[in-house]
Design a protein. Sequence first.
Length: 418
Amino acid sequence: MRLSPVVVTHTEEVLREVIRFTGPADVTLSRYFRDHPKLGSRERNAVAEGVYAVLRNKLVYASFAGSGSGSAMRRLTLLGLADAVGAEALGGLSAEEAEWLSRIAHIDRGALPPAMRANLPQWLFDKLKDRDGEEATLQLAEALNRPAPLDLRVNALKAKREDVIAELATAPIQCEPTPYAPLGIRIHKKPALQNLPLFQNGAIEVQDEGSQLLAQIVAAKRGEMVVDFCAGAGGKTLALGAAMRNTGRLYAFDVSEKRLNKLKPRLARSGLSNVHPVVIAHENDAKIKRLSGKIDRVLVDAPCSGLGTLRRNPDMKWRQTPDSLTELTAKQSAILASAARLVKPGGRLVYATCSLLDEENEAIVDSFIQGNEGFTLVPMKDVLAEQKIELEMGDYLKLSPHRHQTDGFFAAVFERNK
């Protein structure tokens, strides 16, 4: 069944706004769909997937869109939609457009220049290539340019993983256990989870396996005082609260009241009562100072470039620049230094990002260790062994989509020894 010709029109219209890169693509799409409530779910899905296909493949598609007649923006739109739903599903194409799409489909992309094949900005491609080599960078880029599967975390307070898998099978939703996270489930299609009783009663939450592993290496225990320093919408907060078996005290700090408000309905579903969301003005807020030296575990999932999440947020690669990276690294160092003051002797501090870049990861850790002799690095291989997670790592957790089928994540664990 062909899609209505209006799908091409709407996709082109919203794509014009998205590729200005003045804000996140998902926010722009959500606003557009609110403004156009008559679009059905099939049409909305096609529009969104078409836009994301363009964002993933922008360099190649912009090159292809330079050929042919008519508007280059319409041709860019058609390439994205053909990628997302298939050219044969598009209604309202002229014979010339259909022939052009068919011709483009037969171009050998392997013959394109490496940076174009990677569909990465030149500065980012060069940075990764200088570190890892061209072949490894192309493998990483290929994985980053594929849509991510949907990962769920089972709320251990409410369900067992095997029971959830069995119940999902009756929906029927095909799924499998994640290979590393003990409470993770991977779904390769994207069903409407919000209609499932499992979701409504808080037995499952959407969370990438890599993010689940970050929460697990914090190793929060019953009765402890724990801080999620940059909690955002609270995915890791919920995982930490469940690991603590709803005991102790878990603070969810964030500078954005709007983000913390998104945690509230998730918190209500989860059954957790040990979580205390706190809006802070900045990393040196007085609310933080009052807890200085009292906390058992602190997680700093720092604001970062987000370049490890390109499978879900492909616009991030076009929105970040070398200058924005410099601003982020200064912020990351300041946040980590402030969070470290909370940790009591014998307590642990976890620094994490969803970035692939050394500047945001190893460089921040090295600088912190040099300036904080009261902390020592705990090798990640030891932390993973404590948690019985079978992953080959050295000093740090370094997850990537082409090796681990997760988003790209980095983490380091420190222990306060005085």
